[in-house]
Design a protein around this ligand. Structure first.
Ligand code: DHB
Length: 300
C-alpha cells in the first residue's frame, strides 16, 4: 500500500491544506501525501487563535478549514507527478454527505480514502465514530462502491469491548487499514498571566495532540492489533517525534506512521531527518526492516 522502507507521512490536517503545502510534501521524503480533511463545501474554519503549541502537546480547534472536495479532486491529477500514494481524507456532516464525498473521491486521482469519523471540533455534533451503527452503515455502503483502498480514522478512546466489536466489523467489511488515533477531543490550556484560554473557539476547548497523547494512542494500537490478530494494517498517529517513537508503535502493532504536531513544528524537512535516523537506528539494533518487529512487543 505505502513504501515499506520508510512508511512515514503527514497526519491529515498538518501541512496539507493548500496546493503549495501539498507540493512541499510531494518534494519531501514523506512516503505518501495525506490531504486535509475535506468537506462538500469550502470552509474558513473557526475564529483565531485556534492552534496552540505547548511543551509536549498541541491544542487545535481549526474547525475544518479546507478548500472543498471539488478543489482537491481538481488538483489530484497534477499531484500524481510525485509518484506517491495520494490519500484523501473526508468528513461529512451526515450519512448522505459522506457518500456524496466518497463518490467524488472515487472518480478522482486519489489512491486511498481515509474516512474521518473522529473530527473533534464540530460544535453541536458528537464524534461520528461514537455512533457505531451509523458509522458501520456508511462504511458498508462505501465498501460496496469503492475502487480505492479505504481506511478509517478513529478517536483516541474506545473501551476494550468496543475495540473488539469495531475490529471484528472492520475485518468483515474488508476495510484496508485503520488510523489510530485522532486528537483527544476535549483539551484546553490556560495562560496564567492573562488568566485566559489559549484558543478562542468552543470555550477554548479543542483537540489535544502531540507527545502527551502517545501512551493513550499506543494502547489503542496494541488492542486493535491483538483483536484483529494483525490482519488490519494500522497507521499510528499520536506524538511521533523521534525514530524511537516509530519503533515503539511498530512493537505495539503499527505498520505505518503519521506525524502531526511535530511536523507542524519542524516542517517537511523532518522526513529526511527521520529517514536517515531510522536507517542508523535499525542498523544499530541489527533489525533489517521494521516489518519484522510489527506487533512483537513482549507481554510480561
Ligand atoms: C479538524 C481537527 C481534526 O482532528 C480532524 O480530524 C479534522 C478536522 C479541524 O478542526 O479542522
Amino acid at each position: 500500500m505505502f513504501s515499506q522502507d520508510f512508511p512515514v507521512f503527514n497526519a491529515s490536517g498538518v501541512w496539507c491544506t493548500t496546493k503549495e503545502e501539498l507540493e512541499s510534501l510531494g518534494k519531501s521524503e514523506a512516503s505518501a501525501i495525506v490531504f486535509k480533511t475535506m468537506t462538500l463545501l469550502p470552509r474558513e474554519g473557526n475564529p483565531k487563535p485556534r492552534f496552540f503549541l505547548g511543551s509536549n502537546f498541541s491544542i487545535n480547534s481549526m474547525g475544518l478549514p479546507n478548500l472543498g472536495v471539488d478543489y482537491y479532486c481538481s488538483i489530484s491529477a497534477d499531484l500524481r507527478k510525485y509518484k506517491k500514494p495520494l490519500i484523501a481524507s473526508i468528513a461529512g456532516f451526515s450519512q448522505n454527505e459522506f457518500l456524496v464525498l466518497f463518490d467524488k473521491i472515487n472518480k478522482a486521482s486519489f489512491d486511498i480514502v481515509e474516512v474521518n469519523l473522529s473530527c473533534p471540533n464540530l460544535e453541536g455534533k458528537g464524534l461520528f465514530a461514537y455512533d457505531l451503527k451509523t458509522s458501520f452503515l456508511i462504511l458498508k455502503k462505501i465498501m460496496k462502491k469503492t475502487k480505492k483502498k479505504v481506511g478509517v480514522k478513529l478517536p483516541p478512546y474506545f473501551d476494550r469491548q468496543t475495540i473488539k466489536k469495531v475490529a471484528e466489523e472492520f475485518l468483515k467489511l474488508k476495510i484496508d487499514f485503520i488510523t489510530l488515533v485522532n486528537s483527544y477531543p476535549l483539551g484546553c490550556f490556560i495562560y496564567i498571566n492573562k488568566e485566559a484560554m489559549v484558543i478562542k473557539p468552543n470555550l477554548g476547548i479543542g483537540g489535544l495532540g502531540g507527545g502527551i497523547l502517545q501512551p493513550i494512542a499506543l494502547a489503542q494500537v496494541v488492542l486493535f492489533y491483538q483483536y484483529t490478530k494483525g490482519k488490519l494494517p494500522i497507521v499510528a498517529v499520536g506524538g511521533i517525534e523521534e525514530v524511537s517513537d516509530i519503533y515503539r508503535y511498530t512493537l505495539a502493532g503499527a505498520s505505518f506512521f503519521g506525524i502531526g504536531t511535530r511536523l507542524w513544528q519542524e516542517g517537511p524537512e523532518m522526513f529526511s531527518r527521520l529517514k536517515k535516523e531510522l536507517k542508523e537506528f535499525l542498523k544499530k539494533k541489527k533489525v533489517k526492516s521494521l516489518k519484522e518487529k510489527i506487533g512483537k512487543v513482549k507481554f510480561l
